[in-house]
Design a protein around this ligand. Structure first.
Ligand SMILES: *Cc1c(COP(=O)(O)O)cnc(C)c1O
Length: 440
């Protein structure tokens, strides 16, 4: 780099002629040694805006923004945090790598990432086909906002590919799902669905291609990489297993380079920008510990799912690692960790027994209230992929947007309990679970 460009005007300036209040703004807090490539742990960028040296350089920065093909290999001219900065760039590079994508664009939250991907893929008149069971706020996005934009959303059982084929119309633009689904852990066959869509797409022109978007939050890239299995996009809530400590919100969309510029432009204009401190924390703490945390959580989840399955007060348990689980064989094929092992994840869904669904709901509620008051190792709270084991009641919390009469068609049980395994010693979790189940 040109010597003049790396120097800061403040270096040689005699600031004695300025007032204290002005000095407080400028100080000497500049460094020519801000050197990302030689820091062992990355520094945190705390600047919303970047010094541009000259109007010419500023103009070049604006021209290069969101021009991946032309300028993707250039060293970036940073302009303003909402357009891009080094911490997000580093995080995105790493996230693209672990999901086997060509690029990643981060967002302020999982919902920010989901609405951005769907925002660049759809317009008025288009249709999205989704699985019936989805995270509550994603259902809310589809039910409460998309009708205003004239975008149709059709929830169907995506485990049945013939139903999917019958539902696709000339307006279909996106197939959207979670696998395992939140909260009941339905498993959708990503390779088979992708193959079907590939065939359908062969008959359609470039503008009418159907894209497959998978929310991989429950599995994390440690357990499953949907792009390798044929999906076009992966979205994540970084708030969950990837962030891993429950300290930062974030989201990401990962896919092919051809979509990067649109996602950057969308993020710039709709504004769901991940803050630098969270990008740094996820990069520094979340990603490096992901495989260790996941391994531990999976080992515990298996033990706990087996324990629950054999408990006389439990009606049924959904966990991809249980042989009795409907999606078990499919999960074994597509939930594979970095080392090639079956990796069924850290989420468990179960229902307590009751003479009627109403009674099982009452029992589930009693159980969770008891846990909230008595269990040291389980916390009544939404979210997942945390150091602490979290327990919640989807029908009245994460999925409260679903009216009671629609719970069944959405794959939910009125009394369903969602358990997100943390990093505690599994014997302690089993002890607390046993005490709580005994007490109710
Ligand atoms: C939490 C969650 C989201 C939303 O993520 P936020 O970071 O809370 O916006 C989306 N999908 C799934 C499956 C989730 O669990």
């Amino acid at each position: 780099m040109d010597e003049k460009k790396t120097k800061n005007v403040n270096d040689e300036l005699d600031d004695s002629k300025y007032s204290m209040s002005t000095h407080l703004i400028y100080g000497k807090n500049v460094s020519n040694k801000w050197d990302y490539s030689h820091h062992v742990t990355a520094p945190i960028s705390s600047s919303t805006t970047f010094r541009l040296d000259s109007v010419e350089r500023g103009a070049a920065g604006f021209m290069q923004f969101a021009q991946t093909e032309k300028h993707g290999k250039d060293s970036p001219i940073f302009i303003y945090d909402r357009l891009g900065e080094p911490n997000k760039d580093m995080l995105e590079e790493n996230l693209a790598h672990i999901e086997k994508g060509e690029m990643a664009v981060s967002f302020a939250s999982g919902m920010g990432a989901i609405s951005a991907v769907l925002g660049i893929l759809t317009k008025t008149g288009d249709e999205i086909i989704t699985h019936t069971t989805l995270y509550g706020c994603t259902i809310s996005l589809f039910n409460n906002w998309y009708p205003n934009y004239g975008i149709g959303v059709k929830p169907i059982d995506l485990r049945n590919l013939q139903t999917l084929l019958n539902t696709i119309t000339s307006n279909t633009k996106v197939i959207y799902f979670e696998t395992p689904a939140n909260p009941n852990l339905d498993i959708i066959d990503i390779p088979a669905l992708s193959e079907l869509i590939r065939d359908v797409n062969q008959e359609r022109d470039a503008e009418h291609q159907i894209r497959i978007v998978v929310d991989n939050t429950f599995a994390t890239p440690f357990c499953q990489r949907p792009l390798e299995l044929g999906a076009d996009f992966v979205v994540h809530s970084l708030t969950k297993g990837i962030g891993g400590f429950g300290a930062d919100m974030g989201g990401v969309a990962i896919g092919r380079n051809e979509f990067r510029d649109m996602l950057l432009l969308y993020r710039k204009d709709f504004g769901a920008v991940l803050n630098t401190k969270s990008a740094w924390a996820i990069l520094t703490y979340g990603l490096p510990s992901l495989h260790l945390r996941q391994k531990q959580q999976i080992t515990s989840a298996k033990r706990i799912a087996e324990y629950l399955e054999n408990h006389p007060k439990i009606d049924f348990v959904n966990y991809p690692g249980l042989e009795s689980f409907k999606g078990h064989d499919l999960a074994k094929k597509q939930m594979i960790d970095f080392d090639g092992n079956f990796a069924p994840g850290s989420m468990i869904y179960f229902v307590l027994k009751g003479e009627t669904p109403q009674q099982s709901k009452v029992n589930g509620g009693k159980f969770m209230d008891y846990v909230a008051d008595h269990a040291y190792t389980m916390t009544l709270a939404v979210s997942l992929g945390h150091t602490r084991t979290l327990i919640e009641h989807p029908a009245s919390m994460t999925h409260s947007v679903v009216p009671p009469e629609e719970l069944e068609e959405r794959g939910l049980n009125a009394g369903g309990v969602r358990l997100a395994i943390g990093l505690e010693k599994v014997e302690d979790l089993l002890m607390d679970l046993d005490d709580c189940l005994k007490a109710i």
